[in-house]
Write a protein that binds this ligand. Sequence first.
Ligand code: ACM
Ligand code: ZN
Length: 524
Amino acid sequence: MKGKYILLLLLILFSCAPERELPRIIPCPSSVEQKPGCFDAAGAQVVCDDNVSSGIKSLASRLSQQFAQGARASSGKKIWLRFDARVAPEAYELEVNRREVIIKACDYNGFLYALVSLEQLMPQAGERVIPCVRISDAPRFTWRGQLLDCSRHFFTTKQIKKLLDVMCLYKLNRFHWHITDDHGWRIEIKKYPLLTSVGAYRNGTMIEHDMSSNDGIRYGGFYSQEQIKEIVEYAMERGIQVVPEIDIPAHMVSALTAYPFLGCTGGPYKLMTVWDISKDVLCPGKETSFSFLEDIFSEICELFPYEYIHIGGDECPKDRWKECPDCQRLIRNLGLKDTASATAEQYLQNYVTSRVQEILARHGKKVIGWDEILEGDLKPGATIMSWRGVEGGMIAAEKGFDVIMSPLDYCYLDYCQSETPETEPLGIGHCLTVEKCYSYEPLDGLGSQAAKHILGVQSNLWTEFIATPAHLEYMLLPRMLALSEVGWSLPSNKDYPSFRDAVIHTHIPRLRSLGYSCCRNIED
Ligand code: ACM
Ligand code: ZN
């Protein structure tokens, strides 16, 4: 009898084998300490402190419903969400023991990320058993972004929501929505209806890499303001701020086609059908261009409730400005001159940036621009997104500008994923492997003062060659996971072999079961 009792006790003690390997969370938390035993969450109730926000309460009730599914009755077990002002923003403490789960955080994202980690500790669909563990976790950087270009190819709100879901699973918190470009204007602006009725549709698209070709198929689409609000709200529930990019003064042929008075020559213009850079850009020599910007940004600022608006600023050829009488008159009136470091036309771009900074400041917003906006004489207050390499970001940070690092060698997810592009889906070329993404260190080469200006990291998915959701996901996954760990985890916790192992054996299977397409080159 006694023997039977001991056997039963041993069975209870070891039924959730403490040595069961803890699933490796991505991005890797700051500290993880496994404890013996496990917690069965089937039928567990999620209980919040009264003083947590309504958003957190609705998270809790969603989770309770999830744990109730398939459970015979409430188990009486509890998952506590406790507000704790000592925990840093977006950080969380998670303790799982045999009887209960205790989560502490000070804000919505902290609770959300604890629950995301909890979910990753139950990687199989329908799994409810969580190994006992104590996790203390906080993000390394505040900006953990993902760009999607919806101009070159248009993606529906359903597809964007699927992207936001996977961003949330990996604790990314900024969705950079590239929503206007030469190949399509994709956001409804009530005061300028032609931006979408004309500017959202192009007459065909080049075929593969042949710049002289056109498939002859009218292509386009746009998001109504209602749909934009829907995306902003959906993202907010997932802890993600949406940052729209209205690319100016270049990459504007769609707007120029709709409203030719915006260009230096007056047009006519045609939306681009080839993947190239246009010389036709906004004309800053005409004050009507700034009235247009005032108007569109006043509608845009209403739609996006956050601190930043991205204003592009990249790849602006100055050919038209050099020949335009209005632009040249403005250059003379402003007293802009060529110098050893920049041309008068580059200083004219600084003037455009500073006018837009003023417009946005009146709406309580700050500007982000690609690293070209730094050339010449940038006014304080702008944030630089460094894409042509790390140098722009380093110079900007040393000058005291805030910086988001997004260098193409590490962060451009439109690049192919192997040295043999012919074995990959049609793409832009180059090669960026998961391992290379993972190896990126955003603070390399920076002094401690400059390092404080690095807000974080972002991966970019340009879509010239990406026309379908399945292809989009294939380019995104699993490289986005590598960059999520770059943005979140401490360098001392990063370890490529364990990351790779978890991606192959846990995360890719889970993502595939959730319906995502993943590139599997990492398995080679
Ligand atoms: C860019 O890739 N032109 C920002
Ligand atoms: Zn002009």
